[in-house]
Write a protein that binds this ligand. Sequence first.
Ligand code: ADP
Length: 576
Amino acid sequence: MSAPLLGQMMDVPLTVSSLIEHAARHHGSAQIVSRRIEGDIHRYTYRECEVRAKQLAQALMALNVAPGERVGTLAWNGYRHLEAYFGVTGFGAVCHTVNPRLFPEQIAWIVNHADDRYVLFDVTFAALVDALAPQCPNVRGWIALCDESHRPPMRTEVLCYETLLAAQDGNYAWPALDERSASNLCYTSGTTGNPKGALYTHRSSVLHAYGASLPDAMGLSARDAVLPVVPMFHVNAWGIPHAAPLTGAKLVLPGKDLDGKSLYELMEAEGVTASAGVPTVWLGLLAYMRGAGVHFSTLKRTVIGGSACPPAMLRSFEDDYAVQVVHAWGMTEMSPLGTLSRLNWEQSQRPREARQALLEKQGRVIFGVDMKIVGDDGGELPWDGATSGDLHVRGPWVIDRYYRQESGSPLVDGWFPTGDVATIDPDGFLHITDRSKDVIKSGGEWISSIDLENIAVAHPAIAEAACIACAHPRWTERPLIVAVKKPGAAVTRDELLTFFEGKVAKWWLPDDAVFVDELPHTATGKLQKLKLRERFRSYVLPTALAEAACPFDPAQDAAGAGNVASPGEKPLSMRD
Ligand code: ADP
């Protein structure tokens, strides 16, 4: 056999720094606008962003951060966080975005597992950092994302970001890194057990940014002003901080205030044309707009994902506000984009109801991702829109293994099992129908059902308990405890619910508890959660009843829905 004829094109590595370099050179005057923690609006260009990212790279190298080492962030969507996206990764270190909504113990676990060398944090999280620092002995320094005049009073000795940058000249050329080296790290708690890290490569991040920008994906262009509501600590804000410089789109970063009014005003002031976020955030925005009787003057489309987009929300956006909704599905393990719901020419000729039915599904894959549904025997199931099976995916921006779990690949025959249960129709549209993984997703954040079950069974009157997700109009899902009492033992629903208080964060507290005589088990004694979820499919939580009366009630907004703090918890921005 003759040797293959190798092509003769340049072997230019796909690096994250090339995204900001491109934007600085070719869209240099395009704007990045941030609503700052300091309370004002900050405005600069991609050109200025790249210089500061280079100063950050120089500063981190001066602090002896080596390529391959991790630098954590605890930050909202803002320009300094964006600089970290490029400054940390540009010289070969790994930008590890940490979710500040987790409990401090979980955050400490994640920072220690990632072995972060430094952590950059918004001053909103000063108290959190004071709580974390003693638990994270390997962190060499904590860097406050502010100037000296905004340095918060803290127990922990911290460095000041602006002072570090001011000491550098930004005269630095991004090195040509191996495109397979790690660029970003993101942990997911959407699995059982400890959080798991997805370690993206430069190559996967750039390919994902290409895919995300495609017309039938987010459809970003230099004509857009894009506002990611989805946090930059949540799977790289779905890739928007990479896709915006790739396309030259204006980038609008909303900071900590994600309530309906704040978002609406920023969108209007900055001429935002495209956005992205979880359903809960849009409920807050729609509620505000309804109450205030206002309309969008520039917003054309928004990507909604992270949880199923309620059909009523999709209709409201399209009918009341002329905004196109792109329903998307993905996961941390997929960088995260997998599928998006966009019609092709033929589908867009179909009657309204048929079009609507397709748009409510999670959509078709972007080029790069492949998917299949499989049955219990692992065999592929038909794409008939009715047969449901376990959803498996593969592609260049899908994980091969979890960070620091070198033994034990999660893959099955080269495919990543998502833990979602789905149908695929003959049009290739994915529809998520259930979840086989045992977790609950409330307002875009994960709640561990196992942790709640362990607390329930620690109650002296409880023999066995299951925690399942129950539908909720505002948070999409909330936890319901289904428990079996010990023979002869007495406990009321309220007593059981009170038992959880102080043992978990407020937003993890179950919304309701019901008692049953027995729970369904398999022959091997495993709890049959799917069966239980089926039984409680139409169960209405008392908290849902209150919301259902007026799902778009603007008064709810003040309670923090827009901040996607979860029920019972103060919005994070108000934490002391
Ligand atoms: P993200 O929230 O960015 O999608 P996560 O890794 O936190 O990433 O969560 C991924 C999981 O969230 C999916 O496996 C699925 O269970 C759920 N999910 C994401 N998008 C949707 C959607 N559009 N509809 C239903 N479930 C979704």
